[in-house]
Design a protein around this ligand. Structure first.
Ligand code: ADP
Ligand code: MG
Length: 322
């Protein structure tokens, strides 16, 4: 079981940032309104996430670190499928298999808080401790027991940049949650609970929102909100393309293509504009689970989405009031 967890974790936990993403998503699932992320040495040394969510009860703690889907993996070839299946209910087990993990949590109703540890997949029994309602998850020494994996990690700066990118995507899609990001004991980002447009400015900076146009378009059962940068925005847009479908960050060539087309059409410029766009669509018309860890998406009618995005952006760019 320990070995299976290590293999599974190696497949899906690629680097500190992938662990951070899973941990942050758990805090959000737990209803947290305040989340603090403390990272040491790009996450190679420590990732600590503290939330004020509903917490985990002492009874549920061992389960939280256990692999729920062991029965799904029987044959050798199944190991290859893990990555594509994603790991529903397996993130913490996988992280705990390749790090020294400490989970501390208090759920109201319990007499007191509990903590539990996992080291290279060996899970301890929960022990009593003290803390307010919520959860703190610490991940130390990622891949300490997989030296070959650890060797593939990049410099502290690069690994932190990946963590910061994960943080930005989550912060951009959860404006109502307050976030704090620290690296090597220095605050890098302090975000108050605000509305989405204010959050975009807080995350990407005033320069972005001042040189961007607002998008707010609605059709039958689809809507597009957000901001698209105008050519006056100086920064290269390659890494500033944020697209969320029903609140989830997704990477999609279709959307960048639609934006580029609209830019060319209206402004006669061949560019990849920077943008933050939130598409709301009937969940039946999109499959976000194509690859749960890789932010891919499959639209039922990709053409219609492309058209809607293209026309929306076209209209906004061509508006005399922009
Ligand atoms: P999944 O999120 O798919 O259920 P995970 O391995 O990510 O699987 O988490 C396992 C379980 O641990 C969750 O289902 C949840 O019950 C609990 N859990 C993890 N993190 C938190 C948290 N921050 N607050 C409350 N419960 C948590
Ligand atoms: Mg999870």
């Amino acid at each position: 079981d320990v070995l299976i967890n290590q293999i599974a974790a190696g497949e899906v936990i690629e680097r500190p940032a992938s662990a951070l993403k899973e941990i942050l998503e758990n805090s959000i699932d737990a209803g947290a309104t305040e989340i603090t992320v403390q990272i040491m040495q790009g996450g190679l040394n420590l990732i600590r996430v503290t939330d004020n969510g509903k917490g985990i009860s002492g009874i549920d703690m061992p389960l939280a670190l256990a692999r729920h889907a062991t029965s799904k993996i029987s044959a050798q070839e199944d190991l290859h499928k893990i990555a594509s299946l994603g790991f529903r209910g397996e993130a913490l087990a996988s992280i705990g298999a390749v790090s020294r993990l400490l989970l501390t949590s208090y759920q109201s109703g319990d007499k007191h808080a509990w903590h539990i540890q996992a080291e290279g997949g060996q899970v301890t029994c929960p022990e009593p401790t003290a803390r307010g309602v919520g959860t703190t998850l610490e991940v130390r020494d990622l891949f300490f027991n997989l030296p070959a994996r650890r060797k593939f990690l990049k410099t502290e700066t690069t690994e932190f940049a990946h963590c910061e990118e994960v943080f930005r995507r989550i912060a951009l899609s959860h404006a109502h949650i307050a976030f704090n990001l620290q690296h090597n004991n220095k605050t890098r980002n302090h975000l108050y609970a605000v509305d989405t447009l204010q959050r975009i400015t807080a995350v990407l900076g005033k320069e972005f929102s001042q040189s961007a146009v607002l998008v707010s378009e609605q059709a039958n059962d689809i809507s597009l909100q957000g901001m698209v940068a105008l050519p006056t925005y100086s920064r290269s847009a390659r890494d500033l393309q944020y697209f969320f479908v029903n609140g989830r960050y997704v990477r999609d060539k279709l959307i960048s293509h639609a934006l580029r087309e609209a830019y060319r059409d209206v402004l006669h410029l061949d560019r990849h504009p920077a943008f933050v766009l939130y598409l709301q669509i009937n969940p039946q018309n999109v499959d976000v689970n194509v690859h749960p860890t890789k932010a891919e998406v499959r639209f039922r009618d990709a053409r219609a989405i492309h058209q809607f995005v293209f026309h929306s952006i076209n209209k906004v760019l061509a508006s005399p009031h922009r």
